[in-house]
Design a protein. Structure first.
Length: 298
């Protein structure tokens, strides 16, 4: 019995040591196809899940319950050939809030410059420092971005090395004909500009917000709602100050894509004076949600 116990313990330890960083779910929406076999997308869905979940993205060891929850939605809008497609990819990542059953969004981004080629049953290949194909480079970019955001939310600028890896992917893609990788494209909110801004020192206070908002704000709210909410107010003020210095910096909307509904929920329960102070800043920071913020004051 003792031998069996140690054997089971060893197997459990090996499982934990091999556990990768991501728990990724994938959905692919496709139009009526003219050329491609619809079965190709079922295989692709499985391949992406395996690519994201089985790849070793960091040097750290993750327990199964520590994995970062990611969801990917690929909406195929154009069929260029039997194995070439265009569309958009939506990436969401979640972070658990301490001592609660609530998960907060760290990333909620729609990338409209997504094109890819895929041959059924051909493995998805990715090599660091080499651009092999667009699909794996895009997936790896968002994997590192999600991991960087997660680390930033637990320690000050903790995600730096993963943003640098995402930046390296951008650099290796500069000779690619695929959209989303270059500074001079019409879309100035593409992958190039996202990671450029994340690493730009003039926006460093944005990364301070990521840490304070989550570890000192949301995580604290489960124990003391007033204290946690006060930190979140500090974060709103930091974003407001940053936006005054750099109007319409792209990370502002990047933040509110993930946090707008959460902030509405938080300040719906706040005292009137505090609610009013928050709303006065939020309507200017997040114009798309401004009417919903104003409704909090009615």
């Amino acid at each position: 019995m003792k031998k069996i116990y140690f054997l089971l313990s060893f197997i459990a330890c090996v499982f934990v040591m091999k556990a990768q960083e991501l728990n990724c779910n994938v959905e692919i929406l496709v139009p009526k196809l003219q050329v491609a076999d619809p079965a190709i997308f079922k295989t692709l869905q499985t391949d992406i899940v395996q690519f994201m979940n089985n790849q070793k993205w960091t040097e750290d060891e993750y327990k199964p319950n520590e994995k970062i929850e990611i969801s990917i939605l690929i909406n195929v809008t154009d069929e260029l050939s039997a194995n070439s497609f265009k569309g958009q990819i939506t990436v969401r990542s979640l972070r658990p809030v301490y001592n609660s059953d609530y998960n907060t969004e760290l990333l909620n981004y729609i990338d409209k410059d997504f094109s890819f080629s895929y041959i059924q049953h051909q493995p998805l290949q990715y090599t660091e420092n080499t651009f092999i194909n667009n699909i794996t480079s895009v997936l790896a970019f968002y994997a590192y971005l999600a991991i960087g955001l997660d680390y930033d939310s637990f320690s000050p600028k903790g995600g730096q090395k993963y943003y640098l890896k995402a930046q390296n992917i951008v650099q290796t893609a500069q000779n690619s004909t695929s959209l989303g990788w270059k500074s001079f494209e019409k879309n100035n909110r593409n992958r190039y500009w996202i990671i450029y801004n994340m690493l730009n020192s003039k926006y460093s206070s944005y990364r301070d917000v990521l840490y304070k908002y989550h570890l000192k704000g949301l995580d604290e709210m489960s124990q003391d709602a007033d204290t946690g909410r006060a930190v979140i107010m500090e974060c709103i003020k930091l974003l407001y100050s940053l936006n005054k210095r750099y109007p319409n910096f792209i990370l502002r909307q990047f933040f509110f894509n993930a946090k707008a509904q959460e902030l509405l929920d938080i300040y719906s329960k706040a005292p009137d004076a505090e609610k009013r102070e928050a709303v006065n800043m939020l309507v200017k920071l997040d114009i798309a949600t401004s009417q919903k913020y104003k409704a909090l004051l009615k």
